[in-house]
Design a protein around this ligand. Structure first.
Ligand code: NAD
Length: 270
């Protein structure tokens, strides 16, 4: 498993399982167990995914110890706005049935994020989390956080894939050694409609999904592809026995078109 060294010294597994829209029962429990069997050591959930209970159950019944699994969750927007980040984190820990999470993120840059950041810093001190970070924070939001921060964000989780590389947000993060996690790295499944990936995949005897995810890894991006299908989970985890050539990396780079599959952090209403 490749790891990314964070600006707080911790090493975060570069591949994780995303569990948005994966249910709050057997479906997500099986997915997590299959992922662990396939070598994943990282699970990405959030309060708003409404499956922290099942994610916790999956970890508790896994044959991999809790401390070997990187667990990320997120503070939802309503809690940030209401100034109840600390309470929301405590509730997440309770639903997950864990004493700490490895990473807690502010899910979106909504009103109150500077105060929420101070609460995350306190949670870090209290040992409830090992690392604190952001999600969907663009350059200007990040600057607001840095103004009040005594601890820099370790990670920023943003939409990232060949159609959207968010160069400005990434270069702001690079300046502070903030690692990037890609959400929707598989373009929410739409990668299948882009013929270039299949063409490149053939050369390496890999699949189109593996090519897209490998391109992310070679750009030093953490990926959290979502699937609840055993075969696909295994396929998405089988990324470490090949390397894309510079030429193929550049060909994929050229697909960039500023296309969001999800909401744009500059213009969202939830
Ligand atoms: P994704 O890009 O991971 O795509 C998932 C979809 O791709 C699946 O539903 C499936 O239809 C398809 N797929 C997966 N593997 C495949 C394969 N090998 N072959 C063919 N099709 C395949 O999309 P996502 O779920 O939006 O993003 C991944 C994770 O990122 C989420 O589960 C969640 O954890 C996180 N996320 C975070 C935010 C945020 O605001 N921070 C937003 C969206 C998602």
């Amino acid at each position: 498993m490749m790891k990314i060294k964070l600006n707080n010294g911790l090493e975060m597994p570069q591949l994780g399982l995303g569990v948005w829209q994966s249910g709050n029962g057997e479906e997500v429990i099986n997915a997590i167990h299959w992922a662990l069997d396939a070598g994943y050591r990282h699970v990405d959930t959030a309060k708003i995914y409404k499956n922290e209970e099942a994610v916790g159950k999956a970890l508790a019944t896994a044959n991999v110890p809790r401390e070997e699994i990187w667990l990320t969750t997120k503070i939802w927007n309503d809690d940030i706005r209401a100034g109840r980040t600390t309470a929301a984190l405590d509730e997440s820990l309770q639903r997950l049935g864990v004493t700490y999470v490895d990473l807690i993120l502010l899910h979106w840059p909504v009103d109150g994020y500077q105060q929420a950041w101070k609460e995350l810093e306190a949670a870090l001190k209290a040992g409830k989390v090992k690392a604190i970070g952001l999600s969907n924070f663009m350059d200007e939001h990040l600057q607001d956080i840095l103004e009040v921060a005594t601890v820099k964000p370790a990670v920023n989780q943003i939409e990232y894939h060949p159609y959207l590389v968010q160069a400005e947000a990434i270069s702001a993060c690079d300046e502070h050694n903030i690692a990037i996690t890609a959400w929707s790295p598989l373009m929410q499944g739409k990668f299948l409609e882009e013929p270039l990936f299949a063409t490149i995949a053939e050369k390496y005897n890999k699949t189109a999904a593996q090519v897209v995810l490998r391109w992310c890894l070679q750009n030093d991006i953490i990926v959290i592809p979502k699937s609840t299908n055993k075969g696909r989970i295994e396929e998405n985890g089988d990324l470490f026995d090949f390397e894309l050539s510079e030429e193929d990396m550049v060909a994929i780079d050229e697909l960039e078109r500023g296309h969001h599959f999800g909401p744009d952090p500059h213009d969202f209403d939830f």
